[in-house]
Design a protein around this ligand. Sequence first.
Ligand SMILES: Nc1ncnc2c1ncn2[C@@H]1O[C@H](COP(=O)(O)OP(=O)(O)OP(=O)(O)O)[C@@H](O)[C@H]1O
Length: 774
Amino acid sequence: MSNQNDEWLQEQQRVDETVAKVKQKEKFLISQVKSVKDEAEEIRQNFWEDVTVNLDEPDDVIETFTSIRQQAELLSERERSYGHVEESIETLKKLEQSPYFARVDFKENDETEEKIYIGIASFIDENDEYLVYDWRAPISSIYYDGSPGPVSYETPEGSRSGEMLLKRQFLIKNGRIESLFDTGVTIGDEMLQEVLGNKADTHMKSIVATIQKEQNKIIRDISSRLLFVQGAAGSGKTSAALQRIAYLLYRFRDSLHSEQMILFSPNRLFNHYISKVLPELGESNIVQTTFFDYAQSRFPDLELESLFEQFENSVNEIENTWRSKAIQLKGDRSFFQAINKYVLDLNESGLFFKDIRFRGKVLISKEEISELFYSYDSSFSLPNRFPLVTKELLKRLEEKALEEEQEDWVEEEMELLDREDYLKAFQHSLKGERKGKVVFDSFDQEKEYLAKQIVRKYFRKIKVAVKRYRFFHIKAQFVDFLKKASEFIHLDEFELSDREWLEIQNHTIHALNHKKIHMEDVVPYLYLSDLIEGRKSQTSIKYVFIDEIQDYSPLQLEYMKYMFPYSKFTMLGDINQSIFNKGKKPTIQTAIDIFGAEKAEIIRLTKSYRSTAAITAFTKEILQDGEEIELFEREGKKPTIIVRNDVDQLIEEITDQVNKLTKISGSVAIIGKTMKDCEQAFQLLKNKINVTLIGMKNQEIVDGPMLLPSYLAKGLEFDSVIVLNASNEMYHQDSERTLLYTICTRAMHQLIITSVGKPSRLFDAVDSELYSLD
Ligand SMILES: Nc1ncnc2c1ncn2[C@@H]1O[C@H](COP(=O)(O)OP(=O)(O)OP(=O)(O)O)[C@@H](O)[C@H]1O
């Protein structure tokens, strides 16, 4: 038997031993879980028997309350430990299948050599010996960063160094070693080839076994206030970010919880796509949202235009019309500063208020509110004056309510009261009697009581509105700001004339009057309202992750910093994939300007792992002055450009291709430019193939072929991509280069570009050797 086989056998033996111990532990925990579960069940069943309920005297009430609380705490403690044991069992089940994926032999100075096995979680045997180290443990970083020879790694106590004698990778499935490699500098290409050659999944997978050195830097960074990752399409930005979340939760497990992290992703489809990575690593998902969803939650009364609608609307307009200039201006940092300056001027006067009305009558006029607001000392900030004004308004409303009780309408309404209302009044009277209070002894008193109830019912709504500061007229304030904004900004820097600016204002006002708000107005509007009314920034959030950062405007970045003042930011983006935001400066520079260079770390990922070398070579040439992109050598067919004369022929071709591709590859996506294009194609395709149209309303990845617009495909990947009609007519502007690049880079194994008539001129720059033409 050769040495190599001996090694393999020895390793398999170790796997067997580890798995046996894992199973043993699992068995023990299963028995434990049963007893914890039974105990919790018993507490729940006997809950009321074990507490003493006595509500006679105030002291008894306190005692009862304490007793209930103790019992509830006991129950939740048992339930928590039940949850923990369940989680541990889940992890053990994973270890049972594949206990580890790597081994490094490490010798620290004069100490004896140690064999470190690395897996998705630590496993310690009965003698407290580490049979498996968590991939996030300090020592595990030498596997990702180092190669055989001298190595060092960071621990919370400082740096440690020694020598790495061996670096080995395993692929273990169902407790059997399927492959084993000893590797050098990088984490073996063999392993990566194997992983990347697999089919796409409806959910993203974790990359824990093959994290690359540069990605490991992203994952383990703990000092930067701003970690900015500029990475080519498919270079693992999202993957690294998710591993980073898992790492941070492990590294700071005593002080950091998943609720203290938030991830802004491009769309809900993407949220769904990445939702299994953290649970796969044994961690809970963090809050995932999209900026649109966040903003919508702040605008209950307005219909928000989404970034996608903005895209759909603006692609139809000629470039550089006033709309795209408006988007530029309203996304600029100078616009943010303009809001700051405008608000400074409101300290003494200038806030807009609304009358507080009831039944068509003004209860408290806007002038009265304004007078009240500005009666407070101007050293009080605007937000600090709001609670004071609210308190006073509520007091005045009480007086108004008393007056209102005398009005005729109250009496009329009283006559319309049904039996139930009277019964309620009667019960109230009985309650009062029990408490030794004066109760109705005359018809007048009963009437008085009912009148109070009626008015109170109506006034309740008004009071709620006052408590929510609805007396402040944010819409009018925003319009006023727009009217005065040109005092604070230089319109000519945005090539805007006064007339165009006026047109932009009218456009915004028109939308607001129809209870709508354009995407470019959303953040300025939110910020203005926050500065005036005072919004509590989210101080409990410690880490903010923003994916597809290139689509955020500079003003949005400013707002993010304002909203999460104590957070560390991880921003992931690719300037080559900017679809929406065409700011004056690259986002990376803007982010550094905003957050300051001292605490910023920039990491560039240049190697693209998603696509075959043939696809990356092709997509790279669509960009002319793109960021650096390196190929990952993985074999595959050259992309094909298929040109047909008319739409019918194109649809025939797409039908054939989808039928062929679904037989050989896993997921197939047909990607169109806009939703409208996709809807038209869907009408023509739906009776020929079983395809699902993905839109804003059904953002979920499904099995089988999908048809979706470019912006919803962001961040996703598919085994095969068919680009829907990439004709010259469809994509002809230079600004659409990045859009076309984004669509094409979704393909992992095969890329087919279709076109009615001449394909987009944006492909002209691509070497004809890099694709085949049909
Ligand atoms: N170290 C790695 N090991 C294995 N697979 C990897 C690694 N890095 C990236 N990948 C794979 O490459 C693909 C692309 O990764 P990911 O989606 O994270 O890239 P991205 O940079 O966010 O892409 P894009 O900007 O195009 O959306 C995924 O299938 C991911 O699993």
